[in-house]
Ligand binder design. Sequence first.
Ligand code: GTP
Ligand code: MG
Length: 238
Amino acid sequence: AQWVVMKQWQRDPSSDDDPLGDGSHVGIDDLRILREQFVDFMLGYKFAIDEVTTKINILREDFNNTHEYNPIEHVGSRLKSPESVLEKVRRKNYAMNLAAIRENVLDIAGVRVVCSFISDIGTIRDMLAGQEDITVLEERDYITHRKPNGYQSMHLIVSIPVFRSDRTELIPVEIQIRTIAMDFWASLEHKIYYKYRGEVPPNLRTDLAQAAEVATQLDEQMEALHRQVDRGVQPKPK
Ligand code: GTP
Ligand code: MG
């Protein structure tokens, strides 16, 4: 399968290298160059994850210091594997070259921010989107408009500059911001979805939708409690 992918590889119009030319012949040197180019390409996404993760850690520490309150529970990240990148390119029928992959596959770098409360999601979103070197390319608010299965999360696709040794690259990063309850739900749904290879039985689908509803109720109750404490409801005098 890997071989077929390689043969489909097209000339990158923005590059002087043409390892495959018209794609009719693949030599061992061509493959080596191709592999090096791809590794270098993927490294840019790893650096972009490092940049975004640092930004979020700075926000966490600074917010904690200034407001004596931490809106971020945890931060995670993942780099799409080369196999899944190529799989997505084929599935979506994108052109098989690095420029086209950069333009079309926007979730190679993924960062997930898990917040304590619903209101923290907007706070973190605004703090990231407002930064000078961040450009928001796309925004999907699955909290105001949750998915039919119950999925809730705030999704941003941002573009961020990465300063390489010999050039600057603008790299897209998918940032998912959600509460602990939304994250808990999504990880279970993900497992179920994979177990049933996308064909989740109707009774499980109903249960999942109900669980999403309960998660929302919990989030709303926690938010209300948090506000009460914030407003400084005094403990009863002894
Ligand atoms: P892809 O092209 O497949 O990446 O999806 P998309 O472009 O429609 O983007 P979308 O915002 O819907 O989903 C992007 C990511 O959000 C996924 O890769 C998952 O990590 C997460 N996600 C979206 N929908 C669901 C869902 O129903 N359940 C779970 N568990 N995760 C989801
Ligand atoms: Mg995706």
